[in-house]
Design a protein around this ligand. Structure first.
Ligand code: F6R
Length: 614
């Protein structure tokens, strides 16, 4: 949450900063700002409530020249979205400007102490307290800016990625991180700074990921220096990025979300590439094979995740229990970390996260590690915090997911979990060879089957017109389709703002059935699997109460078609692979309803892609 960009080099900073903010806008978009040290060494801060485009409009008449600057796009935590609460924040004497992603938990105590020393505050943010503290330390201890940042951070409790620049000092950016991500890009004659690598990739592919409690001293025409808060010089590894620029563009689609839905045949092929052999006889996940004994002897698997990744985790529970016969529990990271969970040293924890930065999942991982469990990450963003803080793991390899609503990451998470279950199941001999080979061969067909479903886009768009003005939706599924029902409901509510609930179909009778009347659309996943007959009964029950049924059914189905009001057809597959197909029409349905409602599909209100605060 919140995006940070910085630049120091030979070019004008403003265009680089604004472009970078656009790339990071998915991280927060309620206000934005820039701070630039101009050619006269003056420090100018410009900020505006709203999107980055509003900031650009505001800056049109302003003096934005200078070759060093920092910029921020905000997702409000402390203080409403407003011009004043937007970052960068000036220090009292307006000699420092600071941007921040994270939360300063002890800001109230620090603020009180600063107030006693004559400091006043313009905003309601925790960030302004930090910049004032740095100035106070700098002035009262007569130290340079870097030392002042170090001393200030020693007093801070919380999470931060920060960057500071100083009036009269056009040659220096100080940046630091703890629990919030920060990447430094190293160009030929420039340095870049950002919350993730997306603003950097068009200038350089050489980056350094800062570690917790590291400070980057970024100086014009001098090598990057990284020190600890205690001022010990740290070595830093320069990583070569694999990302390419076209992955960050819409590629002719009106929204990133639609592009990402349509990318799924390719992203799933990428995800299985190198993991399933061409003969379709073996699955190799190196993270599993390298730690085979741990998986074979696991007492239990705990899956920790949030939101859509948690839904993928539920699919993982069904897969791992079915094929590996290991007991699995799936928990919201936020619940897990704040209760007193039992964690055994022979537990395996699987942490799932698209961004690899979700604060609750990171904290839950720490808890599991402290208890001695082996932690395996399933993440998408290469080099993000979760892969760097887990013992082993598998990337989903779907490329940058920019639409705030997760789509291609979800199907790839489900696929990785499927491959894990098959890999472990075969090692444990809890899956028969025949079933193993049949599933591998069918997994290989999934991308083609998704291509077929995507051909229904126009008819799903037409169907969406009927439901644009619905106020509520229910999504029902059983077994492997139950997490898909919840995921379908989440997709709809987050981008269209229509209230939707995902439920296990059999639970309908225990409460939600009271909601059903002729105004209630019910999306039912009724594919041809073990629960098919039961789903037919559920549809009958909904129809008996005049509910309107949109069914996801298989191509040759006749029974569902006879009773449902609307049917979206998908190809048949193995029951455990059904989520990889049935999710696709639900993504498209949500997308088109949201577009009909003229919602900001890629940047829905109040949300951010990377939830780096608790
Ligand atoms: C929903 C969505 C969120 C995320 C959740 C976890 O479309 O994107 O629910 O799934 O915030 O994020 P990650 O997977 O990055 O940990």
């Amino acid at each position: 949450m919140c995006g940070i960009v910085g630049y120091i080099g030979t070019n004008e900073a403003y265009p680089v900063l604004i472009k970078g903010l656009h790339r990071l806008e998915y991280r927060g978009y309620d206000s934005a700002g820039v701070a630039i040290v101009g050619p006269d060494a003056g420090l100018n801060v410009f900020k505006a409530k709203g999107r980055v485009a509003d900031l650009e409009a505001f800056c049109k008449s302003k003096n934005i020249s200078g070759t060093i600057g920092i910029a921020h796009t905000r997702w409000a935590t402390h203080g409403e979205p407003s011009n004043i609460n937007a970052h960068p924040h000036y220090s009292q004497s307006e000699t420092l400007a600071l941007i921040h992603n994270g939360i300063i938990e002890n800001y109230a105590v620090l603020k009180k102490e600063l107030a006693l020393n004559g400091y006043t505050f313009q905003s309601s943010t925790d960030t302004e307290v930090l910049v004032q503290l740095i100035e106070y330390i700098k002035v009262s201890n007569k130290v340079d800016i870097c030392t002042a940042v170090q001393l200030a951070l020693e007093q801070v409790v919380g999470a931060y990625a920060i960057a500071v620049i100083e009036k009269g000092n056009p040659d220096l950016i100080i940046a630091a991180r703890k629990s919030s991500p920060l990447v430094v890009g190293i160009g030929d004659d420039a340095f870049f700074l950002a919350s993730d690598a997306t603003p950097i990739i068009e200038y350089t592919n050489q980056v350094v990921y800062l570690e917790d409690e590291e400070i980057a001293i970024i100086r014009r025409n001098k090598p990057l220096k990284v020190v600890s808060i205690g001022n010990v010089e740290k070595t830093h590894e320069i990583i070569r990025l694999e990302m390419n620029l076209s992955q960050l563009e819409k590629g002719g689609y009106p929204h990133f979300m639609l592009k990402e839905i349509f990318e799924q045949p390719r992203t799933l092929r990428d995800c299985m590439r190198g993991r399933i052999n061409v003969e379709l006889t073996n699955v190799v996940l190196s993270g599993i094979i390298d730690n085979k004994e741990k998986f074979l002897n696991a007492r239990r698997i705990l899956i920790l995740a949030c939101g859509t990744s948690w839904h993928a985790g539920l699919i993982g529970e069904y897969l791992l229990e079915e094929f590996c016969r290991i007991p699995v529990e799936v928990e919201y990271s936020s619940e897990f970390r704040y209760r007193n969970p039992i964690i055994y040293p022979d537990d395996i924890v699987i942490a799932i996260s698209q961004s690899g930065e979700t604060a609750d999942t990171l904290a839950a991982i720490e808890l599991a590690k402290e208890a001695g469990a082996f932690v395996y990450g399933i993440c998408n963003v290469v080099g993000s915090s979760i892969p760097r803080n887990t013992h082993s793991g598998s990337y989903t390899h779907v490329g940058p997911e920019i639409g705030v609503a997760s789509t291609k990451a979800f199907t790839a998470q489900a696929l990785v979990l499927t491959l894990m279950a098959l890999c472990i199941g075969r090692e444990k001999k809890t899956i028969s060879e025949e079933r193993f080979l049949k599933l591998l061969s069918e997994i290989n067909n999934i991308p083609d089957k998704i291509e077929l479903i995507l051909q229904s886009n126009d008819s799903i768009k037409t169907l969406s017109n009927i439901f644009t003005y619905a106020h509520n939706f229910i999504y029902l599924g059983r077994g492997y389709s139950y997490p898909v029902a919840m995921e379908g409901a989440l997709k709809l509510k987050e981008i269209s703002y229509i209230h939707a609930e995902g439920y296990p179909a059999a639970e309908m009778k225990h409460g939600p059935i009271a909601l059903i009347d002729n105004e209630m659309p019910v999306v039912v996943i009724a594919t041809n699997n073990g629960a098919y007959d039961k789903m037919i009964s559920n549809i009958q029950e909904i129809k008996a109460r005049n509910g309107r049924v949109v069914a996801i059914a298989n191509k040759d189905d006749t029974m569902v078609k006879a009773i449902a009001d609307y049917v979206i057809e998908i190809p048949e597959t193995e029951e455990c692979l059904d989520p990889l197909l049935s999710t696709i029409p639900l993504q498209l349905l949500s997308y088109h309803i949201a577009v009909n409602k003229q919602r900001d599909v890629d940047m829905p209100r109040n949300l951010a892609k990377s939830v780096t605060v608790e």
